[in-house]
Design a protein around this ligand. Structure first.
Ligand SMILES: Cc1ncc(COP(=O)(O)O)c(C=O)c1O
Length: 412
């Protein structure tokens, strides 16, 4: 049972009191602009981007994207965002997709499509073949849509082990998952090998680019060594890419893409057996907020490829500082070979949970990993301004920490 004891004051109060109340409540939580949070929000530290997002929200806050016939311009903005993300990830002509509320909903829709396609070829209980490091959204999709998840163990570099996947794939496999890149370690799974394996077995291949979708295209432009990961890989059939992560749009904006438009047909829901005419909806939600769509369009238009590339260039300077500092810490190392701004720290000799406790006490909200036990550092552009303090505190915490307080490890 949820504890509803506190109740809610429904007597009706004046706006100033309510805002003061909210300010007081927000003050008890980490500041979303403060660059001391990792992963939940993606602060840029750029007033121009934040101001644009605020202005667009003022204009679109009360909208509803449910009916594209009533709001054709809003529908066009969504199509343009989908096309824009499609061009970043090399979606071929004939591909399609939609915006959703976030990575989870994009993944849910893609898994639904894969289930429908597997069922169409006679699979009764379709399976998702997903690396152990894949996001929980795949398990959630399995739970919602009556699918099974078969887990691919990781190799020595914390990427999906292709040899294990070869043993696990079978006639019931609907879709093979590859993360580009994964949340726990920031490493890119062997997309080309997994996609080829999927194609060989008549299965789809979903690339989870929820984090990487707005990082990898720009790393490539900056000349970084990025393994094949997007629709240029022949067997990749589906992708999720979140504008509300490294696209720097407030929450509620993701894109799900399908290589073939007819796959998108499985995603959309149409219904006319009720007394109010044809109802259509592309994803889980019915009424959909307009603001995330318009904000995604605005921020993507504003930054453009050059703007995002500049941000990633600066971000990677911060990443390099962190990596160098971690390498210099005795007994602490980076897990695997992360490609971008998501780093996992592990140690055989130092209790990193105890280090995390000290960091918590200093106001950093670092996340923890369970395997290997350690800390999870997801860097955003705004961390560039505080990285020296962060690293000084980390070095100090590694040198001076007590016993771990045994804080429960909860995914951010
Ligand atoms: C790799 C990856 N996929 C999917 C998701 C789910 O995204 P959301 O939280 O927007 O639903 C996340 C969230 O962190 C993620 O890191």
């Amino acid at each position: 049972m949820m504890d509803l004891a506190g109740g809610m004051d429904l007597t009706g109060r004046d706006a100033a009191t309510i805002l003061a109340d909210l300010d007081a409540r927000q003050a008890k939580e980490p500041d979303v602009h403060g660059a001391r949070l990792f992963g939940l929000v993606y602060p840029t530290g750029r007033d121009d981007i934040d101001e644009l997002a605020l202005e667009v929200n003022r204009r679109y806050l009360f909208g509803n994207a449910l009916n594209p016939f009533k709001f054709p311009e809003l529908a066009a903005l969504e199509t343009e965002v989908v096309a824009g993300v499609g061009s970043l990830v090399n979606l071929p002509d004939g591909g399609g997709g939609s915006m959703t509320s976030g990575g989870t909903e994009s993944i849910l829709m893609s898994m639904l499509v894969s289930r429908e396609r597997a069922r169409a070829r006679g699979v009764e209980r379709p399976q998702i073949l997903a690396p152990v490091s894949a996001h929980p959204a795949y398990a959630k999709a399995a739970h919602y849509f009556d699918l099974d998840v078969v887990r691919i163990p990781l190799d020595g570099s914390y990427r999906a082990d292709v040899r294990e996947a070869e043993q696990l794939i079978g006639p019931d496999t609907a879709v093979v998952i590859a993360s580009a890149f994964s949340y726990p370690y920031g490493v890119v799974d062997p997309v080309a090998d997994l996609a080829a394996l999927a194609a060989e077995h008549g299965a789809g291949c979903h690339v989870d680019a929820c984090i990487g979708g707005f990082v990898l295209p720009f790393l490539e432009r900056l000349g970084h060594d990025v393994p094949p990961w997007d629709f240029r890989v022949a067997g990749v059939t589906e992708m999720s890419a979140d504008v509300h992560k490294y696209g720097y749009v407030p929450k509620g904006a993701s894109v799900v893409l399908h290589r073939d438009e007819d796959w998108f047909g499985h995603q959309a829901f149409l219904f006319d057996q009720w007394p109010a005419g044809l109802y259509g909806s592309p994803a889980m939600a019915g009424a959909r907020p307009a603001a995330p769509i318009a904000t995604a369009w605005a921020v993507m238009s504003y930054l453009g490829v050059d703007g995002y590339t500049e941000i990633v260039r600066d971000l990677m300077t911060t990443v390099a500082k962190v990596r160098a500092a971690v390498d210099a810490l005795p007994g602490v190392g980076i897990v695997g070979d992360p490609v971008g701004p998501v780093l996992a720290l592990a140690s055989d000799t130092i209790d990193l949970y105890a280090v995390g406790d000290v960091m918590d006490d200093r106001g950093w909200n670092l996340n923890r990993n369970t395997d290997p036990p350690g800390l999870h550092v997801m860097l955003s552009p705004a961390h560039g301004a505080v990285v020296d303090t962060l690293l000084a505190d980390l070095g100090d915490a590694v040198a001076n920490h007590g016993e771990s307080r045994g804080k429960a490890i909860r995914y951010s």
